[in-house]
Design a protein around this ligand. Structure first.
Ligand code: NAD
Length: 442
């Protein structure tokens, strides 16, 4: 039977029940089925990369190199990593037993959860829909994928292509916005994996609670960059700029602001301006790889923040093309508008702080970030940041890159999210670790 793609008049119960019937056949639990689905997903990505790059350009103005690297290539790496280790992850793990239970054997078996729901956002609309799906399929689940309506071309491409490649009785794509997501959330799933903002995260968690469904919430927030005196500011500036202005700043783990200790606040300004010129040229509007703001609402929200500090570089904008230049603002006060919420756009404020104590107090005085970044030459500073702050990730010397390492758990803490994924962490997220004890009679 042809797989279903629903755009209107969604019968969410019918979708969920169809997948539940498939799960009951147990065919998705076999290693062969899992491998076939992952291999088919790989073929989809390699066979339709031009079409997908076109959709990403239409939705977000993403240049082909950046879009390939951060969306298609990223997902391919995740598939390859998973395929290479699937047998190992599927093998039961022997567990130790206390003497009083011997003789007996014990093992941990990771079994699929059942039917899971993946709700994706618009900023990396391909990667953030498919990477969780890789974990869900590897773990042997059926899955409903709900792409973001704010990336309509990518959403349509996923709805068109996924059913052609994957088992249509086990994977469904539901396109749509709030009504469709609300209808889905009324159904019982065995796991809900949501990526997006914390307001909707609360809606998802409340809906999941009605069915005691576990959730993964991949949220956002303000990820600071601590700049310590003594660090190589030119090198740091290049790496901050590269991470910050990727996808025009619309990256959940983008450096949100620079917490500049002592005289680094002034000293880093020319380096940041130079790094922007180096990466994007004198006129970034003509740089093929520099993206656009997703829609006018976000464009208006962002341009209203430009007055929060002194402009070091950038500031140019054009509402018609939703272009906002890579912008660095200096002398930004902690209570300035740009410091109130996650920026999620190409504006980088520099907030001066007198010393490391003040930087740590600044971080700890706010929501726990999805990522904390630091540039420092001091091991003592690294140790203090590691032990005295909490964040989804802590990275020294290279913002954003931690998410490309499938061996590292990717996720937030507190307001930046709950749960984690990538690599084996995805497999775990979409599995139940079953305790199995076998004691002979007599
Ligand atoms: P979005 O608007 O696309 O929303 C995400 C999903 O929620 C969409 O599928 C949307 O249809 C659905 N949704 C929206 N309103 C809803 C409602 N009322 N009820 C049910 N579902 C609803 O994306 P967004 O939230 O603007 O994404 C940006 C945020 O996501 C930022 O905060 C960013 O930091 C965060 N983010 C986090 C990660 C991560 O991996 N941690 C990745 C990307 C983005």
């Amino acid at each position: 039977m042809a797989p279903q793609t629903l755009t209107t008049d969604l019968d969410a119960a019918a979708v969920a029940n169809r997948l539940r019937r498939t799960f009951a056949t147990r065919r998705t639990t076999t290693p062969d089925w899992r491998r076939d689905q992952l291999t088919a997903l790989r073929s989809l990505l390699t066979g339709h990369s031009d079409e997908l790059l076109g959709a990403l350009a239409a939705d977000l103005g993403k240049g082909p190199e950046e879009a390939y690297r951060t969306e298609i290539g990223f997902t391919l790496h995740e598939i390859d990593h998973t395929l290479a280790r699937l047998d190992e992850w599927l093998a039961p793990r022997p567990a130790e037993l206390p003497d009083r239970l011997l003789p007996a054997t014990a093992q941990v078996v990771r079994e699929p959860l059942g039917v899971v729901l993946v709700i994706a956002p618009w900023n990396y609309p391909l990667q953030l829909a498919l990477t969780p799906l890789v974990g869900a399929l590897a773990a042997g689940n059926c899955a409903v994928v709900k792409p973001s309506e704010l990336a309509p071309a990518t959403s349509a491409a996923l709805a068109r292509l996924l059913p052609r490649y994957l088992d249509g009785e086990a994977v469904a794509v539901v396109e749509g916005a709030v009504p469709e997501t609300t209808a889905l959330l009324a159904e019982r799933f065995d796991h809900i994996f949501y990526t997006g903002n914390g307001t909707v995260g609360r809606i998802v968690m409340a809906a999941a609670a009605r069915h005691l469904t576990p959730v993964t919430l991949e949220l956002g927030g303000k990820s600071p960059v601590v700049l310590d005196p003594g660090t190589d500011l030119a090198a740091a500036a290049r790496r901050i700029v590269t991470g910050k202005f990727l996808n025009a700043g619309q990256t959940c783990v983008a450096p949100d602001y620079v917490l500049a200790i002592g005289d680094t606040a002034r000293a880093v300004e020319p380096h940041l301006a130079e790094a922007v010129h180096e990466v994007y040229g004198a006129d970034p509007s003509g740089a093929g790889e520099y993206g656009r703001i997703v829609n006018e609402r976000h464009f208006d929200r962002l341009t209203a923040l430009l007055g929060s500090g002194r402009t070091v570089v950038g500031g140019a904008h054009d509402r018609v093309t939703r272009y906002l230049a890579p912008t660095v603002l200096a002398d930004v006060a902690p209570d300035a508008p740009v410091m109130q919420e996650e920026i999620f756009g190409p504006i980088l404020p520099i907030v001066p702080v007198p010393d490391l104590d003040a930087a740590i107090a600044f971080v700890n005085g706010r929501d726990k970030p999805l990522a904390l970044y630091a540039f420092t030459a001091s091991e003592a500073t690294k140790h203090r940041l590691l032990t005295e702050t909490s964040s989804g990730a802590l990275t020294f010397g290279l913002p954003v890159a931690h998410l490309t390492a499938p061996g590292l758990p990717f996720g937030g803490v507190g307001e930046s999210g709950t749960g984690r994924y990538h690599g084996e962490y995805s497999f775990d997220t979409f599995s139940h670790s079953k305790a199995v004890l076998d004691k002979p009679l007599g």
